[in-house]
Write a protein that binds this ligand. Structure first.
Ligand code: FPP
Ligand code: MG
Length: 302
């Protein structure tokens, strides 16, 4: 596939995803009391603020790679973006990273207050599962077992043994001196597990067998690990304008990050290594879209 075709594919889906995400919030808003409307508005503030939509695109491309239709995976794609938005809102809270800039705008809690930002994250998490489960009843009529498996994949990825567990490690490591392997475990959990679930969800909703779903999950986790290591690098060397978030914050908070233990060059080598490993697990499926999306992690600037 040509580069321009891939870019057009991405552009088309980002537009559609943005519309669908906005619809998921605006539809209930019309009938709800204003207080609930305010909560929905806080959810939408982060959800509509753009972002690369990388996780959703991974879900769609994974479904296609196993011979399914991208359309079947759309509820999964919307769900992971809702989870991602929830994680960003909570990550930025004063009790966690206390950040004031996200996707080029003031963070959710600065605009809506801390209490409503907490609730917005909670509600986005629930809405993600509702969106995925409602595929059962909607036009897509996915077979029940496929949807329950998808729910399980997502729940496990973001729970205590996955994303939230990784976040607990991140907190505990502040001001501490963990070893590189401990940092890698933290990075894999807090970012890798959700990306692993993106590929596994796409494969599941696309109708793949268990062996394929597991292979996709492993590759996605490696890609997510590469993504988080490059995120740590960008926190030191990145351009705040391009990224729409503050840089230098890890050092300010004495965060444990790979860049505190290895050089930028060594970190780039690690990123490249994990991307290669992620891709080699996917090679049998011959998916230019997945390879392109995962390849875009190396050398990214936003
Ligand atoms: C940037 O993604 C986000 C990360 C690198 C993930 C960091 C991990 C967390 C925020 C987990 C926090 C979890 C809890 C429960 C608080 P991106 O560059 O794809 O952002 P974009 O969507 O704006 O492009
Ligand atoms: Mg954080």
């Amino acid at each position: 596939m040509e580069q321009s075709e891939l870019a057009a594919w991405r552009e088309g889906w980002v537009k559609r995803l943005n519309e669908e995400l906005s619809e998921a919030i605006k539809k209930p808003m019309a009938d709800e009391p204003p207080e609930v409307g305010q909560l929905l508005s806080a959810m939408n503030y982060t959800l509509e603020s753009g972002g690369k939509r990388l996780r959703a695109l991974l879900v769609l491309a994974a479904a296609e790679a196993v011979g399914g239709q991208e359309q079947w995976a759309l509820p999964g794609a919307l769900a992971v973006e809702m989870i991602h938005a929830y994680s960003l809102i909570h990550d930025d809270l004063p009790a966690l990273d206390n950040d004031d800039l996200r996707r080029g705008r003031p963070t959710c809690h600065l605009v809506y207050g801390e209490a409503l930002a907490i609730l917005a994250g909670d509600a986005l998490q629930a809405l993600a599962f509702e969106t995925l489960a409602s595929a059962l009843l909607g036009d897509l009529a996915e077979p029940t077992s496929r949807v329950s498996q998808a729910l399980l994949i997502l729940a496990k990825a973001i729970g205590p043994l996955g994303m939230v567990g990784g976040q607990a490690m991140d907190l505990a490591f502040e001001g501490a001196r963990p070893e590189l392997t401990q940092i890698i475990t933290m990075e894999s959990k807090k970012t890798g597990f959700l990306m692993g679930s993106c590929l596994a969800l796409g494969a599941t909703l696309g109708g793949a067998d268990q062996k394929t779903i597991s292979a996709f999950e492993s590759s996605g986790r490696l890609a997510g690990l590469a993504f988080q290591i490059s995120d740590d690098q960008l926190n030191v060397t990145g351009d705040a304008q391009l990224m729409g978030k503050n840089v230098g914050t890890d050092a300010q908070k004495a965060k444990a990050s790979v860049t505190t233990l290895i050089s930028q060059e060594q970190a780039s080598e690690q990123v490249s290594l994990y991307i290669k490993r992620a891709m080699s697990g996917l090679r049998p499926f011959n998916s230019p879209k997945l390879e392109w999306l995962i390849g875009s992690i190396f050398g990214r600037s936003s």
